[in-house]
Structures are given as structure tokens and as C-alpha cells.
Design a protein around this ligand. Structure first.
Ligand code: ARG
Length: 592
């Protein structure tokens, strides 16, 4: 299905071609002067330059050719050579009806489908989930859903940090505390106990204690490194402890991500890449990609055109240990073997940008992934507190995600109570506050361009006014409430069979125009990996809808056809909202 703006472009191109000019001058864009027109084309200016003609004359010529075109209600040539366009109500209506009749409003119909892998979340096992992992989860989930919406075959992988020093720290600490555990008995044979040697809360206490100790006590740090080495080299006892840590941690992670409405297809981690490391490194050596530098094994990844020097990519440390780059390269080996994706998107803190530049270049250079595969780094900025510094607890510590979510739920609940227009039961109020709180957190994050830092302002994010999640929810709930009232007043008429009608008022047309751009907005939002564009769209849609609502007496309208046409428009608007917020990983309540 062609998007409305593309159909208009085709028409204007046709007019340029008939005038003996290059059809590519006919590109139509959304007007940046909405007070004057809905769409515009600036091609006459470029054409005039090329042909050494008067731009206004060309524009007038094109306008003349489009005069009788029924897709436009007005085509004007204005100085110095712009074409100001308005779409006809009938054509706009027919586009909306086409969209309405199609799954996903036809947004993905003509889109070329790719196999895509998204690496997001990236929590480190055994450390409690903190707000540093919030952005990756929220943005990654949105990007995954956006890709699916556009018809791509998308797999989301959590890529846990589950193979590093933090594991050795826990094991070393456990050995000191409970040396008699069978895991530490080299003479132990057979199975290890099925019960874990710690509870989740013990585990969450062990890690920070061990981490603090390793900073003061060199000897302890060496022990932790040795435990890590043993683990990575197949020590049975350490592996058994590792499995227990994973069991507890992963169950807890799953619970937390569920609360965020984030879900992964693959629960893989750095440890899964381990078996691929040795053969990969061997190949690097044999094929001459890797060489020794100060004892370490490295691959050159600099390119002539680099403005800043890109240091070599290290694949083995001087002690022979693998590093973060090594597991990321080996993970690509595994992904290539299991999925052979056309694209891999990494949603990670932008401070890791150099790491990914090195990994991507090394992967291409050594042929781990084919040249055509696109490896994309979607680096995000920091979530700051109101003081402009990275978000912390009041005591200055790292805030746990759970705590943050609960705080926002509490604040949302308070605001709803103060604002209580309709009477919700205590239980429904709590549930609803939770749903809206999630929209407040997610929208607050996603509405910013991912690469920018942003300020987590709980007061602003939970406000029902302005560019916020709760405002979007409020608008959607308003539509739901009008539909309910309509059904109450007019009995059980089959409102889903009502048909939209041609726009009768400017507000209605404006709303319809915004609705018509849904498909191309979704397509470019995904192509640019830009969830903030969807937020901007639903914010505009909310404003358009609310303007229409304030100018239109929908339920009280006496003309049955007009009234039913509006109800159909409301239902369609709600459908577009639902698609958009689902893609952002949000839900709307029934009432609020
Ligand atoms: N665990 C890492 C961290 O906390 C993030 C992992 C990102 N993904 C990747 N393939 N490197 O920094």
C-alpha cells in the first residue's frame, strides 16, 4: 500500500514529467507553513536553476497541470517558486478507509523485509538491576517492536554479562565464608546439591561485599581472578556455583523485566560465546589478522579516513584472558551460525561507542560477518537527576530499578487521587496508577532522542499536561469514554460498522491528515532507529484529537450520519494510538 504522501509525490512528478522536466523534482513534503498549506513541493526552484528559467513560471505551469487533479483541493504557485498543496477531502477519506481495511493499517506492506537481531538489556548477572540498565531495556524493546511492526523478522537477545570477574568475586567470597561446601572439595564426586548455597538476598549482599573487598585487598582480588580463570576453564565446582547464581539471578531479572513490559526471545549471555572463542582466535592468528603487541594479541582496525585514531582491537590480554571485545566478536560468530542476520543492532550506553567501532571493524575485516551485514550501534545518553548529574538515590547511591518504579507508581497514584474525576475502586486506582506510571517512565525516556542525555524529572513525567506519557493516556482514555457514553446513549448500535465521512471542519481535516501519515512515520522511525519520532507523532495526534474534540459536539450531534462518521473517526484514531503505544511497549488503561 502506498502512503498518501508518496501518492501525492507521484502525481506531482507526473506533472513535472509532462512539462518536460525531470520527474524527481516532484518530491512532496509535509508543509512547514501549516497556516498556508498542508503539503509543499520545492522542486520548481531546483528545476529553474538547472534549466535557467524563472522558477515561478515553472511552478505556475505545474500548478496549472494539477488544477483538475482530484487528489488535490488546491494547488498554488507562490513566490519565489513554491508549490503549496492541499489534499482533497475525498481523497484523504479514501486513504484512511484503505488504511482502516488493512492489517497494521498497511504500514508494512511494501517494506523490504530483513532478518534483524537486537542486542539490548545487557544486565550483569548477580548485580541488582539498576537504572543504568533501564534505558537499554526501554529503547531496545521499542526498537524490537518497531521492527516487528514493519514486518521484519526480529530476534531480541538480552546478552547478559555472565562470564566476567563479578562471578569470580562471588565465588572467592563464598569460599571464604563457607569453605566446607562440596563445590570447594577437589575430591568431590557425583552431583552437587540441588539447593543453592545462598538465597537471592544473600547473593545480592555477597557481590557488593566482595567487590568492595577486592578494591582494598590485592590478595583477594587475585583470588577472584583465579576463580574466574578456573570457571572459564571448566572447573566443575565453580561451574556448579555459576549455574546456581544464574538460576537465582535470571529468575529475578525475568520478574523485573516483566514489570517493565520488556521481554526477550533469547536469554543468552557472554558465557554462550565462550566455546567460539578459541577457534576464532586460532583463525585470527592463522590467517594473519591478529599479531602480538606488548604481549597482548590485537587486530588492527584503523582506516585511512579516520579523523581520530582508532586503537587496535585487543582479542587476548597478555595473560591470555579473553576480554569484552573477544566475547562480542565470538557472539557474532555464534549469531552468524545460528541466525545469519542481515542486521545486528546494539542498544548500549553511548560511552561504549569506541568498543563497538572496534568490534564492528574487526568482525568485517576478519569475515565473521559478510560485508553486506549491517552492524549498528544505537548508543544512548545518560539519565540524569535534576542536578544534571547521573541519577542517584537521595543518599548518593545507585538506584535500584525496582525502587525507581515504585516511586513513580506512588507519585502517579497521588496525582490520580488529587485529580479524581471518576470514582475508581482503591484496587483499580492502584492498578491504573501502575499502568500510567510505566507510560510516564517509558515516554519520558523515549520522547528524547536516544543519543541525548536527559533529566529524569518525576514531577514532569507524571503530569497529565504537556508532552508526557500520562497526557497520551489521558487522551486515549477520553476517546474510550466517549465511545462508552455513545453506546450508553444510543443503545447497542454496532459502532464498529460505522463509516468515516469526509472532513467537514478544519479540525477534523487536520486530525485526518495526521492519521494519514501514520505509515510513513512508522517506516522512517524504524529506518532511523528513532522511537522519539513515534512519541512526537502521538503527541501531535493527541493535540489534534483534543482540538477536534473541543470544537465538536460529537454525542449531541443530531445528524445521524455526521455523528456516526465521527464515532468511526474516533475508533480509527484509537486504533492508531493503540498500534503506536504498543510499539513503544506501553499500555493504556480503560479509565482514569
Ligand atoms: N553488560 C554490558 C554492560 O553492562 C552491556 C552489554 C551490551 N551488549 C554487548 N553485546 N556488549 O556494560
Amino acid at each position: 500500500m502506498k502512503y498518501l504522501i508518496d501518492i501525492l509525490t507521484e502525481e506531482v512528478r507526473g506533472a513535472f514529467a509532462s512539462a518536460g522536466l525531470d520527474r524527481n523534482y516532484g518530491k512532496v513534503s509535509v508543509s512547514n507553513r501549516p497556516d498556508l498549506c498542508e503539503f509543499q513541493c520545492n522542486g520548481a526552484m531546483a528545476a529553474a536553476k538547472k534549466e535557467k528559467k524563472n522558477p515561478l513560471e515553472i511552478a505556475e505551469n505545474i500548478a496549472g497541470a494539477l488544477k483538475s487533479n482530484d487528489k488535490f483541493s488546491s494547488v498554488e504557485a507562490v513566490k519565489p517558486g513554491f508549490l503549496n498543496l492541499k489534499v482533497s477531502e475525498e481523497f484523504l477519506l479514501s486513504c484512511l478507509k484503505d488504511m482502516d481495511g488493512k492489517e497494521k493499517c498497511g504500514a508494512d506492506e511494501d517494506n523490504a523485509k530483513r532478518k534483524i537481531m537486537i542486542d539490548y538489556g545487557g544486565p550483569n548477572v548477580a548485580k541488582p538491576l539498576h537504572i543504568g540498565h533501564l534505558r537499554s531495556a526501554i529503547i531496545g524493546e521499542a526498537v524490537k517492536r518497531m521492527g516487528r511492526f514493519m514486518g521484519h523478522d526480529v530476534t531480541g537477545d538480552i546478552h547478559m554479562g555472565d562470564w566476567g570477574l563479578q562471578m569470580g568475586l562471588i565465588i572467592a567470597e563464598l569460599r571464604e565464608r563457607k569453605p566446607d561446601l562440596p563445590y570447594f572439595d577437589p575430591a568431590h564426586t557425583g552431583d552437587y546439591p540441588s539447593e543453592a548455597p545462598f538465597t537471592l538476598s544473600e547473593l545480592e549482599e555477597i557481590y557488593p561485599a566482595a567487590s568492595a573487598k577486592s578494591k582494598e585487598d590485592e590478595g583477594f582480588k587475585d583470588k577472584a581472578m583465579e576463580e574466574t580463570f578456573k570457571l572459564q576453564n571448566g572447573d566443575k565446582g565453580n561451574l556448579a556455583i555459576w549455574h546456581k547464581i544464574m538460576e537465582l539471578s535470571v529468575a529475578d531479572l525475568k520478574k523485573n523485566y516483566r514489570k517493565l513490559n520488556v521481554d526477550f526471545d533469547l536469554w543468552k549471555g557472554e558465557s554462550d560465546a565462550d566455546p567460539y572463542i578459541r577457534p576464532m582466535v586460532e583463525r585470527f592468528k592463522n590467517e594473519g589478522y591478529a599479531y602480538e603487541s606488548q604481549g597482548a594479541l590485537v587486530i588492527d582496525v584503523s582506516e585511512e579516513t579516520d579523523a581520530k585514531e582508532i586503537p587496535p582491537c585487543m582479542v587476548l590480554k597478555s595473560d591470555g584472558a579473553a576480554l569484552y571485545t573477544t566475547t562480542d566478536l565470538a557472539t557474532l560468530v555464534e549469531r552468524e551460525k545460528d541466525y545469519a542476520p542481515d542486521q545486528v543492532i546494539y542498544v548500549v550506553d553511548k560511552r561504549q561507542s569506541l568498543h563497538f567501532t572496534q568490534v564492528f571493524r574487526a568482525a568485517k575485516k576478519t569475515g565473521i560477518v559478510p560485508k553486506e551485514t549491517s552492524l549498528d550501534f544505537l548508543g544512548f545518553g545518560t539519565m540524569n537527576g535534576r542536578d544534571g548529574k547521573p541519577f542517584k538515590t537521595r543518599e548518593g547511591g545507585v538506584m535500584r530499578l525496582e525502587v525507581l518504579i515504585n516511586d513513580v507508581c506512588e507519585e502517579m497514584y497521588k496525582k490520580m487521587k488529587d485529580n479524581d474525576g471518576i470514582s475508581l475502586s482503591e484496587e483499580e486506582m492502584r492498578d491504573t496508577a501502575e499502568i500510567i506510571a510505566l507510560s510516564a517512565i517509558k515516554y519520558g525516556d523515549l520522547s528524547n532522542q536516544a543519543s541525548k542525555d536527559y533529566v529524569f524529572d518525576i514531577d514532569k513525567f507524571t503530569s497529565f499536561e504537556g508532552n508526557t506519557g500520562p497526557y497520551i493516556m489521558y487522551t486515549m482514555v477520553r476517546i474510550k469514554s466517549i465511545l462508552r457514553k455513545y453506546e450508553e446513549k444510543y443503545g447497542d448500535s454496532d459502532i464498529d460498522s460505522f463509516e468515516m465521512r469526509s472532513a467537514g471542519t478544519p479540525e477534523e481535516k487536520s486530525l485526518m491528515l495526521t492519521l494519514s501519515s501514520f505509515g510513513n512515520m512508522m517506516k522512517s522511525a524504524f529506518d532511523e532507529l528513532a522511537p522519539h519520532r513515534i512519541c512526537a507523532y502521538i503527541y501531535e495526534l493527541s493535540n489534534e484529537f483534543n482540538r477536534f474534540y473541543h470544537e465538536t459536539r460529537i454525542i449531541a450531534e443530531e445528524d445521524k450520519e455526521r455523528r456516526e462518521g465521527w464515532i468511526a473517526l474516533l475508533i480509527f484514531t484509537l486504533k492508531i494510538f493503540e498500534y503506536a503505544i504498543d510499539v513503544l511497549g506501553m499500555k493504556a488503561p480503560e479509565r482514569m
